[in-house]
Design a protein around this ligand. Structure first.
Ligand code: ZN
Length: 105
C-alpha cells in the first residue's frame, strides 16, 4: 500500500494513506491544495500544492476534487430574491409568447 509522508505543523512527519488525503485543484485559478487530518493531533491541515505535488498525490491514488471554473467567476449585482422570482411568475402568467421579450434588440 502506498504511504504518503506529510508534515503536521504540530507533530512533524506523519504517514498517511491515499484515502486520508484530499486534493483540490482549481486549474482555472491556478491553485491547488491538499488537506489531511493529522493522525496524531487530529487537526485538519491544509497546504498549497504545486504541480509536482499534484502529480505525485494523483499518481499515489489520492482522489482529486476539481473546482469548476464557474465557481470562480465573479457575479456582480444582487442575488435573485424571492420577490424577483415572484415578479417573474406573475409576468409569465400575463404573457403567452415570451421569446420576443428574451431576444436582445
Ligand atoms: Zn498533528
Amino acid at each position: 500500500m502506498t504511504t504518503i509522508k506529510a508534515t503536521c505543523p504540530m507533530c512533524g512527519d506523519v504517514d498517511l494513506t491515499p484515502a486520508q488525503v484530499r486534493l483540490t485543484v482549481a486549474a482555472a485559478a491556478g491553485w491547488a491544495t491538499y488537506t489531511f487530518k493529522c493522525v496524531s493531533c487530529h487537526d485538519l491541515i491544509e497546504k498549497a500544492a504545486d504541480d509536482e505535488v499534484v502529480a505525485l498525490l494523483s499518481s499515489a491514488g489520492v482522489l482529486v476534487d476539481n473546482v469548476p471554473g464557474e465557481v470562480l467567476e465573479s457575479h456582480p449585482g444582487k442575488p435573485i430574491s424571492y420577490d424577483d422570482v415572484l415578479d417573474l411568475a406573475l409576468w409569465l402568467e400575463s404573457h403567452d409568447v415570451i421569446v420576443p421579450h428574451l431576444v436582445m434588440h
